[in-house]
Write a protein that binds this ligand. Structure first.
Ligand code: UDP
Ligand code: MG
Length: 322
């Protein structure tokens, strides 16, 4: 019998967990022929999430948990789940029921057909503000121009993967993780499932607009060096214009003498150039900050308690490329 580990990152999900459990339970029961495990990753929740999970683990032997010492973010939670998973198939699903559990049946069938990954892609963005969807579309356009890998539009973290794919993903040791990029970077044969966005069943999203912008920046900067080249290009363009203008002024002065006009153009030049310098410094700073975090080699998450056996998972996941 094949084993399936479903990873559920949870941050303050107390209101939604009972609903989630009911739905996922009926899906697990309908998929006969698989041995399921639910790995709840409590990402430093401040509500009763952990208590609920601990109680569920007492009642249901399929329920496993990893509880972080503080909030490390969804990326860290997904990574912890994958590192501690041992299943032949490993899935990731949100706790808020925005990822419909009933899709799992079809995803498992796709893996049996020979696909390595079955992933959800959302087709509609209802229940999301116009501004948010506009920015999200803009992100895919910009990132796909800058990044060598292609991130499928609307690709979600909701997916089930074969063991080899998970091994490849956790072999990427980077600290600033951007899973959407990592998932497509590792490749493998993926079947996409169109998925209509559901409203959150309960609780509220923890992604503010600002957090999403940072996430987008992480994605672009983590997978591309183009922004560095853009500032180089803009810098050289503007300085050549500056040099040409200076030459023109010198020649004009030699021919026609000086005039005091030109105050506005000087001010605007100062602003444009100063702005560009600050912008380029900012871009460099973004890369530098990430290099700094990478070289520190800090752990991506710290586990406070778990009912999984770390030793065994480590052996299971040691990466070998044959
Ligand atoms: N999540 C997490 N850590 C965080 C933020 C979110 O583990 O710091 C989990 C959250 O519990 C949920 C999933 O990630 O299961 C998606 O979060 P959310 O629903 O807030 O994001 P959205 O669906 O709005 O993108
Ligand atoms: Mg959600």
């Amino acid at each position: 019998m094949k084993t399936v580990d479903l990873i559920v990152p949870c941050y303050n999900e107390e209101p939604v967990l009972p609903l989630f459990y009911d739905e996922i339970n009926s899906v697990m029961q309908s998929c006969t022929g698989y041995d399921f495990k639910l790995i709840f990753v409590n990402d430093g929740s401040k509500d009763g999430t952990l208590d609920w999970i601990l109680k569920a683990a007492e009642k249901d032997r399929r329920v496993k948990y990893i509880s972080f010492s503080r909030n490390f973010g969804k990326e860290a939670a997904m990574l912890a789940g994958m590192k501690y998973s041992t299943g032949d198939y490993v899935g990731i699903i949100d706790a808020d029921l925005q990822h419909s559990p009933e899709l799992i049946t079809g995803m498992l069938e796709a893996l049996e057909e020979g696909y390595d990954v079955a992933a959800a892609r959302r087709t509609d963005r209802s229940g999301e503000s116009k501004v948010k969807s506009w920015f999200s579309r803009l992100f895919y356009v910009i990132s796909n121009k800058m990044i060598d890998i292609n991130i499928a539009h609307g690709a979600q973290d909701f997916r089930i993967m074969k063991r080899k794919v998970v091994k490849a993903i956790i072999s990427l040791p980077e600290y600033s993780r951007f899973s959407k990029g990592i998932f497509s970077w590792v490749g493998f044969n993926t079947k996409w499932f169109e998925h209509v966005n559901r409203e959150r069943a309960a609780g509220k999203t923890t992604w503010s607009f600002f957090k999403l912008m940072r996430y987008a920046a992480d994605g672009i900067i983590g997978f591309s060096a183009v922004p560095l080249k853009v500032s180089l290009l803009a810098g050289s363009l503007f300085s050549s214009v500056g040099v040409a203008y200076a030459v023109y002024i010198i020649i004009r002065t030699l021919i026609r003498g000086t005039d005091v006009a030109g105050y506005p153009s000087i001010i605007s030049a100062i602003f444009i150039i100063g702005g560009l310098i600050l912008f380029s410094l900012g871009v460099i700073g973004e890369y530098l900050a990430r290099i700094y975090m990478e070289v520190k080699h800090r752990p991506i998450f710290i586990i406070d308690q778990t009912n999984l056996d770390p030793q065994q998972q480590q052996e299971e996941n040691d990466y070998d490329d044959n």
